[in-house]
Design a protein around this ligand. Structure first.
Ligand code: AMP
Ligand code: MG
Length: 341
């Protein structure tokens, strides 16, 4: 009898434990390699595999449209047929419109037609070289976002003969926004997408806590600060992400279109928080090029984003809209922080 009660007690305990365990509160995570980067999608809730499979299909679909190295992509079509209108998908039109809008806002600090210059430095192939000024000037003649003509009604795009586009500075933001839409359509209310450093948060965590996002310190792999946020996108650009060294000088992959050389604005990492992920991606690249003062001017004019800038002297500039979400991490508490109103 005693043994029977013991067994019954154990069974009840197991049932109680199982009912406490809610699998919708457990994250399900998958890694996908696409768009030249590692993409991590973490989903809470029912049927996470199905949701991630749908997200993965969307990533592949958009990569096929946007990739500059895929011969049959929309972007390759535009580049190969420069001087003529080329029919493209609605997604390409939408992303090009955002990229051009960002160029207009930032006076060309981000310019997707900078591709011929990016190629010259070898950032597309990994065969890095420091080009001479004559070659840079030659290629810079083809850089001008104002010569990207978008005919929205006919879904066609034309660039001037010799120009070439690359969506590397904006495509990840657009893609993560699209993944968010798909997860929401599938009834998902809680997920986090990390697209090679572009973070998209979907809903809140199941326990209703905000998401904690770490911002990498450029010269080590630690987080120098964290942000506690709800649903939004958080995008960081930094020269530490891709670069090469020649004769003791480090040359990174973010080019200032006005010089044709790696941007030298004094900013080593720029993070943008923006509900429009494609615009946030464009702006993070732009702020890196523009530097602190111009970035602050833009912030005051166009108050649709927030930012964290880290400069080469370890000074951190945080815009006022995220100041309460921001904290310095352990080991970086002595960095000077300046709140930008
Ligand atoms: P991101 O990591 O979003 O800042 O984008 C950087 C990538 O965009 C580089 O690897 C280049 O392919 C491209 N790129 C570099 N400089 C610029 C620029 N000023 N405007 C637009 N695209 C750029
Ligand atoms: Mg970007």
């Amino acid at each position: 009898m005693k043994r029977f009660f013991g067994l019954a007690f154990c069974i009840i305990l197991i049932i109680l434990c199982c009912s406490c365990y809610d699998k919708t509160k457990e994250p399900y995570k998958e890694e996908i390699f696409a768009m030249d980067t590692v993409i991590t999608i973490t989903v809470y809730g029912e049927e996470p595999q199905e949701k991630i499979a749908a997200a993965s299909r969307e990533i592949k679909r958009l990569e096929a449209l946007f990739s500059v190295t895929n011969e049959s992509s929309d972007i390759s079509g535009i580049n190969k047929n420069s001087g003529e209108f080329v029919k493209v998908s609605d997604d390409t039109v939408a992303l090009l419109k955002t990229a051009v809008e960002a160029s207009e806002l930032t006076d060309g600090a981000i310019d997707i037609s900078v591709y011929p210059v990016v190629k010259l430095w070898g950032f597309t192939t990994g065969e890095y070289k420091v080009p001479d000024d004559k070659h840079i000037t030659n290629k810079r003649n083809f850089v001008d976002y104002k010569k990207i003509i978008i005919d929205e009604k006919n879904s066609s795009v034309k660039i001037e003969k010799g120009m070439e586009l690359d969506l590397g500075a904006v495509a990840k933001g657009y893609t993560s926004q699209k993944i968010k839409n798909i997860l929401n359509e599938m009834g998902n209310t809680s997920a986090i997408i990390n697209l090679g450093g572009n973070i998209e948060t979907v809903g809140k965590k199941p326990d209703e806590d905000p998401w904690t996002i770490g911002i990498q310190y450029p010269n080590d792999s630690n987080y120098f600060s964290t942000l506690e946020l709800g649903e939004t996108s958080i995008i960081t650009s930094g020269g530490y992400q891709r670069n090469f060294e020649e004769n003791g000088i480090v040359y990174h992959h973010i080019i200032d279109p006005s010089t044709g050389k790696p941007a030298d604005s004094g900013i080593v990492s720029s993070t943008v928080v923006c509900d429009n992920s494609a615009m946030g991606d464009a702006l993070s690249t732009a702020l890196f090029v523009m530097g602190k003062d111009k970035s602050i001017d833009l912030y005051r004019k166009y108050n649709n984003f927030e930012f964290i800038l880290l400069d080469e002297n370890d000074k951190v500039y945080v815009s006022k809209g995220i100041k309460d979400s921001f904290s310095l991490s352990q080991g970086y508490k002595d960095l000077e922080v300046c709140i930008v109103e």
